[in-house]
Design a protein around this ligand. Structure first.
Ligand code: ACO
Length: 154
């Protein structure tokens, strides 16, 4: 049985060390972080990770950044965060959760689908247009953003 994690809202100084686990560039993070609600993921006062979400409208939320520290990955913590967000969104009448990841980000694509997301659309050339330096994952340069969606029913 996995011990439950707690998510608590963060204000003020942002933990860039955690945000940078999910996004290569501080410049890119700074484009969205001020519009986000940011949550620290913790267990027994130990910080395990981070979750940043942005309301696109009353009915639509996008995960802009989610990260679990390397030593705690693959233990169900990321999925607990998605389940927590899903419950919270349902309670607040949100109808869909979106998340975007790289076209070569195989692990993340599997993770999101295992959490209940389905591929929805492609933001063409997102990584070419929004990052100063090329980003490689699994030996392939990221070009397009794959957007996945979870539809929520009340
Ligand atoms: N490859 C294949 N499957 C995976 C991977 C992976 N890299 N990561 C998780 N999964 C699977 C797990 O095996 C598990 O499957 P199961 O239900 O069959 O057992 C399921 O997904 C849930 O996995 P968790 O253990 O809950 O995932 P974890 O706690 O490791 O969190 C996360 C996943 C957030 C992607 C973490 O690996 C991480 O922080 N990675 C580095 C940062 C990152 O890439 N963040 C996402 C960038 S995109 C964005 O932020 C919008």
């Amino acid at each position: 049985m996995i011990e439950e994690v707690k998510l608590s809202k963060l204000e003020g100084e942002m933990p860039y060390d955690l945000l940078l686990l999910a996004d290569e560039s501080i410049t890119a993070i700074n484009r969205y972080i001020d519009q986000c609600e940011v949550y620290r993921v913790e267990r027994k006062e130990e910080t395990l990770g981070i979750l940043a979400i942005q309301y696109l409208s009353e009915r639509s939320v996008e995960i802009k950044n989610i990260a679990v520290r390397a030593e705690f990955q693959q233990q169900g913590i990321g999925k607990q965060c998605i389940d927590w967000l899903k419950d919270r969104c349902v309670q607040n009448g949100v109808e869909e959760i979106l998340v975007g990841t790289g076209d070569a980000s195989i692990g993340q694509l599997l993770f999101y689908q295992k959490c209940g997301f389905e591929v929805d659309s492609i933001r063409k050339s997102f990584f070419l247009n929004n990052y100063e330096s090329p980003i490689y994952e699994n030996g392939v340069q990221l070009k397009h953003m794959i957007v996945l969606k979870m539809e929520l029913s009340g």
